[in-house]
Write a protein that binds this ligand. Structure first.
Ligand SMILES: Nc1ncnc2c1ncn2[C@@H]1O[C@H](COP(=O)(O)OP(=O)(O)O)[C@@H](O)[C@H]1O
Ligand SMILES: [Mg+2]
Length: 460
């Protein structure tokens, strides 16, 4: 509670006393009856006092309250309200002030919510973001930017961009954005920790409502994965061209030699035609493997799943393999658990097993042994292909599933390999949601393990 007698009230009270005194002097001329005179003055004093308090409470106090409320609003305290009940136009003014205060406080809440939303979006975007004003001062950097370039917000905020950002490409982007007043795109390499990353930067100018340049937004994206894909694609094209070139050069060379007269010599004719035939077979194998890979990689590629009986499937594979194994005097044994079925693309699974068995035979010296087993392992089936061949050096193991990777190029070519077999195998296993792994010891042999989910339609 505020004291009742505030300064203006004291002043009014003094005027009141003055009026009573003037009345007293005037009346003292008319009467000498002091009792009457004092009584009149006391009554007058109280009447005037009541009138004064009434006027003060009704008109002066609400105006004061309103003024205090406006002061609070000016200070930004939008929760302030006037609780004084007043009638008439002062009451109306109070009500309007309360409505104003309520609206301002709602605006403030909305503004806070919007600001929070904006901050959340800015901080959680997967691109780095920098806001620069027309003089080059940084006003904002987001969390992703700090993750890319290190430091804290305070290390950038309020500084000129070229003082705190050392990267030349960023400087160039800002300068060109300001100069040409249009979006500018560049890219550069940046070490983030120990990793080399490729970053794309876009500078976008910001204009005010009169179309004048107000600053620029810089957006920074990590495009490392795109660069890697681009590199892989370039490597792949280079590899394919190289792989195709070798047999074609050889076919063309021998055909030319034959045409230049060698065809007249029966022995040369046979020898060269055999080479041409072998090289064409290799070319055919390479193109078939490339087509298989490209088919597997297509988005619309679908497995043709049926119920595959592993015993039957292996029964179809072995005669194909045996012919090759016999040529090299390698013993192939198969041990398939009875009654294993899985819901899968039979032709593709066949391709996996043929590829693994062909490799096992190709990379095992004569008189070696190759063994195939198929077993149930819970919800999965476990296919194991092992040999006692040349094995794979430890550091090559992670790479053998890459396209065109071979431990020994010449040996792989001599056995008719394209370098794509295991890449195809891995792809097929993965589209079946399976897993492939390998254990190997140089000169001891290798074992490939394939785990495939049974996807039993009866149990799902
Ligand atoms: N059973 C194995 N024993 C030893 N090395 C193997 C075996 N299987 C695959 N490799 C190695 O992995 C490489 C890639 O295999 P693959 O993709 O089938 O291509 P390739 O056409 O050369 O056989 C082979 O060149 C070989 O060096
Ligand atoms: Mg192979």
């Amino acid at each position: 509670m505020k004291p009742l007698f505030t300064k203006p009230l004291l002043a009014y009270h003094a005027i009141l006393l003055l009026l009573v005194a003037v009345t007293g002097i005037a009346l003292s001329q008319l009467t000498t009856e002091y009792i009457i005179l004092v009584s009149i003055l006391i009554v007058e004093y109280f009447i005037l006092l009541v009138i004064m308090l009434h006027v003060y409470d009704r008109y002066m106090k609400p105006v004061k309250k309103a003024s205090q409320t406006v002061d609070e609003l000016v200070k930004g305290n939008y929760r302030t309200r006037i609780h004084h009940s007043a009638g008439g136009s002062i009451g109306e003014l109070n009500n309007k002030l309360n409505v104003l205060a309520r609206n301002l406080s709602e605006f403030k809440i909305q503004e806070q919510v919007q600001e929070e939303q904006l901050t959340t979006v800015i901080d959680n975007t997967q691109s780095g973001l920098v806001l620069i004003d027309e003089k080059g001062y940084i006003h904002l950097v987001n969390r992703k930017f700090l993750a890319m370039f290190g430091g804290e917000s305070n290390d950038y905020h309020g500084y000129i961009y070229y003082d705190v950002l050392a990267n030349e490409t960023i400087h160039e982007t800002v300068q060109q954005t300001f100069l040409y007043e249009k979006n500018i795109i560049h890219s550069f390499k940046q070490f983030i920790g120990v990793n080399k990353k490729y970053i794309e930067i876009i500078g976008a100018p910001i204009f005010n409502e009169r179309g004048m340049l107000k600053g620029a937004v810089l957006l920074l994206y990590d495009i490392t994965h795109l660069k890697r894909l681009e590199l892989m694609r370039k490597d792949f094209v280079a590899n394919v061209s190289h792989e195709l070139k070798t047999p074609i050069t050889s076919i063309k060379g021998f055909a030319e030699t034959l045409l230049n007269g060698a065809k007249n010599d029966q022995e040369s004719l046979d020898r060269f035609l055999t080479i041409i035939n072998d090289e064409s077979t290799r070319l055919q194998g390479l193109i078939e493997d490339l087509l298989t890979l490209s088919k597997l990689e297509k988005d619309e590629f679908k497995l043709i799943r049926t119920v595959v009986d592993m015993n039957l499937l292996i029964g179809e594979i072995l005669p194909v393999i045996d012919q090759r194994a016999n040529q090299r005097e390698i013993t192939v044994t198969a041990d398939v658990q009875d009654g294993i079925t899985l819901h899968a693309d039979g032709e593709r699974i066949k391709q996996v097993i043929i590829n693994l068995l062909t490799n096992a035979i190709s990379y095992t010296p004569e008189n070696g042994e190759v063994n195939l087993t198929v077993n149930n392992e819970g919800e999965m089936i476990h296919i194991q292909v092992s040999d006692n061949g040349i094995g794979i050096p430890e550091k090559a193991i992670p790479r053998i599933f890459e396209r065109f990777y071979r431990v020994d190029k010449a040996r792989s070519r001599n056995t008719g390999g394209t370098g794509l077999g295991l890449a195809i195998v891995k792809h097929i296993v993965e589209v079946h949601d399976g897993k492939i792994s390998v254990e190997s010891e140089p000169d001891q042999g290798s074992t490939f393990h394939v785990y495939l989910p049974k996807n039993d339609p009866a149990s799902s």
